[in-house]
Design a protein around this ligand. Structure first.
Ligand code: ATP
Length: 204
């Protein structure tokens, strides 16, 4: 049994379509547990979840579909064009997400000696202090754009705009303890992940 201070917690991050989920699968195959921030947000935005209730309290029933689920396109139209709304949304949801991530982290720290947390906006949202190491999945913008276009069926312009709206890889690099270069094949990435894992204490 370990505690937060005895456990090694590694944060995994990287830009859109950089390969975080792909790395997560490799890490899980090696026997490590991974907390997935996107999944947690998704679960809490489902009907009755903490984020769902907070958004409903804030914006009212107009953000719901007839079946009671969140109307994501309506939410997007209400929040994204307006800076004040974006700020408020980040404030309301960010606090809840941080609390839930901390709860999951503390729970896992009681059972595991080493585990990972996949947080896409780890650096942007200031989670650096939580981690013993930060692994950054790095991909060149041209390759990132190609993979994003293919995965999300986007035009080159749409994919480039999404990439450009994010903090750049170069700005993130100074925070990383390890940079996983994902510009080559999946086999190449697997080798890099294996070697990074080899340098860790074994999973419990
Ligand atoms: P997001 O944060 O947007 O969810 P992500 O960082 O989790 O994305 P992935 O979904 O793992 O990224 O990868 C993006 C796409 O690129 C996927 O379709 C994945 O299969 C593909 N991909 C990842 N790494 C490689 C690689 N080395 N070679 C070829 N395709 C890859």
């Amino acid at each position: 049994m370990s505690s937060l201070s005895e456990t090694m917690i590694i944060g995994l991050t990287g830009g859109i379509a950089s390969g975080k989920s792909t790395v997560v699968e490799m890490i899980k195959e090696a026997g490590y547990k991974v907390i997935d921030a996107d999944q947690l947000v998704h679960d809490m935005q489902a009907k009755g979840g903490r984020l769902y209730r907070a958004l409903l309290d804030w914006l009212g029933e107009e953000i719901l579909l007839p079946n009671g689920e969140l109307n994501r396109s309506k939410l997007g139209q209400l929040i994204f064009p307006n800076e004040e709304m974006r700020h408020r949304s980040a404030e309301i949801q960010g606090t809840i997400i941080r609390e839930e991530l901390a709860t999951q982290r503390d729970c896992l720290a009681k059972k595991e000696d080493v585990f990972f947390m996949d947080i896409p906006l780890l650096i942007e949202n200031g989670y650096q202090d939580w981690f013993d190491q930060i692994w950054l999945v790095a991909v060149l913008p041209e390759i990132q754009c190609q993979r994003l276009m293919k995965r999300n069926h986007l035009s080159s312009k749409e994919a480039s705009m999404r990439i450009a709206s994010q903090m750049s890889l170069e700005e993130k690099k100074p925070y990383a303890s390890l940079v996983l270069d994902n510009n080559a094949s999946l086999d190449d990435l697997k080798e890099k992940v294996k070697s990074a894992i080899n340098d860790l204490p074994s999973s419990s």
